[in-house]
Design a protein around this ligand. Structure first.
Ligand SMILES: [Zn+2]
Ligand SMILES: [Zn+2]
Length: 142
């Protein structure tokens, strides 16, 4: 039986479903993904021969193809959230893991393009963790 996954954007205008199984889950640290996400890496799931269907908000989706590369991105034009794309070149549905509205059992396959990794994100194992916004950060944001 083929799995079904559901996801949406932050503002909730766009919703989608993916039919298929995730074959790979890459954390891409390349410089394009750093720009694209504004963060250390992208986290994309790949469903070979998967099927992507928009459940709502298709008119709010904007698509970007980076010139001279395979880097593409779909996003909500209202809130900017990353959304899935169908990558024709590899016949794959590519799903930003954070856009899913349900837990997945797939663990990341690999970190890729780590040669381009931002120096600040190379080793985060010693960074303090908090369950919520700590008091100090709260003051800094005011
Ligand atoms: Zn949105
Ligand atoms: Zn990348």
């Amino acid at each position: 039986m083929v799995n079904k996954y559901y996801g949406s954007c932050l503002c909730g205008r766009v919703g989608y479903e993916v039919n298929g199984d995730f074959d790979a889950f890459y954390l891409c640290h390349c410089s394009r993904c750093q720009k694209d996400t504004g963060s250390a890496h992208a986290a994309n799931l790949f469903a070979k021969a998967g099927r992507l269907a928009w459940l709502k908000g298709e008119a709010d989706i904007t698509y970007y193809q980076h010139p001279g590369s395979l880097h593409t991105k779909s996003f909500c034009q209202c809130c900017g959230s990353a959304l899935p794309t169908f990558a024709e070149s590899i016949n794959c549905v590519v799903v930003p893991a954070g856009s899913l509205d349900m837990p997945i059992s797939v663990k990341p396959t690999a970190k890729i393009f780590v040669a381009d990794c931002a120096a600040w994100s190379a080793d985060l194992s010693d960074v303090p963790s908090f369950d919520e916004l700590p008091a100090q950060a709260n003051r800094d944001s005011e």
